[in-house]
Design a protein around this ligand. Structure first.
Ligand code: F6R
Length: 248
């Protein structure tokens, strides 16, 4: 699986933003919509600030862009400061010209009774746009992509999932303590991500080095869901030097 190693996370994020911009512009030339899968967390922040800069300073338009976010905590109110809905508005959508009705973030407010139907509909909606042209990912220290925790299968689809205890501990700082971290999430499946035409996974910092090594260099297995990306035909790992430090 190809990996590009950049001297800093900032340079890497700029490169990824440039790839997203190129994809958007190519689709504009063809008069087509560009369907982009987005991630949250700390990793993509530099990508989003560069996309905002490209919009404000270089006229990059998002009018032809449709977005699907990977995941949302469950249960989670859309307007909560910790929701991925709020995060996306704050760090990207409020600063670009994407039409509101072209934005999709899983809804953490759906009742337990209707959640399976809701997840199936999210899956169907992605397919109705012809699937994801480009999916960007971070990676959790459990090896999750989206919130596909260990045990997630290659053919899994959008669904409700219980969060791993390590993932909840890593999120505790954002929730003022572990007890406030939701126990579950709605996430696209590994199979949903796998259907994307192109995948870019980003990881920064030495805290990700061990899991990056497992995902890239060890055998594919559901204990490290990101390792399934080794089978994808157009995937790239984009790393900074510390995140790549355990690769052979
Ligand atoms: C977020 C997501 C997760 C994160 C991962 C890394 O939408 O799907 O897989 O990408 O937990 O999080 P950070 O970037 O905060 O280290």
């Amino acid at each position: 699986m190809p990996a590009d190693i950049f001297s800093t996370a900032e340079k890497a994020a700029k490169w990824v933003a440039g790839e997203i911009a190129n994809e958007i512009k190519q689709k504009q030339k063809l008069g087509e919509m560009c369907v982009v899968g987005l991630a949250t967390g700390a990793t993509p922040l530099g990508v989003y600030s560069e996309l905002i800069r490209l919009h404000k300073e270089e006229g990059l338009s998002f009018l032809n862009v449709v977005t699907f976010n990977l995941d949302e905590y469950y249960p989670m109110l859309k307007l909560s400061a910790q929701s991925y809905n709020h995060y996306m508005n704050d760090v990207l959508f409020n600063h670009i010209d994407i039409p509101q009705n072209q934005i999709h973030v899983p809804n953490g407010e759906v009742s337990k009774v209707t959640i399976t139907g809701y997840c199936n509909e999210y899956e169907r909606l992605i397919d109705s746009f012809g699937g994801l042209d480009l999916q960007i990912l971070g990676i959790g220290r459990t090896g999750h992509i989206g919130f596909n925790e260990p045990g997630s299968q290659l053919d899994s689809i959008t669904r409700l999932i219980m969060l791993d205890s390590l993932t909840r501990r890593d999120a505790a700082k954002d929730f003022n303590g572990l007890n406030n971290v939701p126990k579950a999430a709605v996430t696209m499946g590994v199979g949903t991500i796998f259907k994307a035409k192109r995948v870019i996974l980003m990881a920064w910092g030495e805290g990700k080095a061990a899991i990056v090594k497992k995902a890239l260099e060890e055998s594919q297995c559901d204990a490290v869901p990101a390792s399934y990306l080794q089978r994808h035909t157009d995937v790239k790992f984009v790393l900074d030097v510390p995140a790549a430090s355990e690769l052979t």
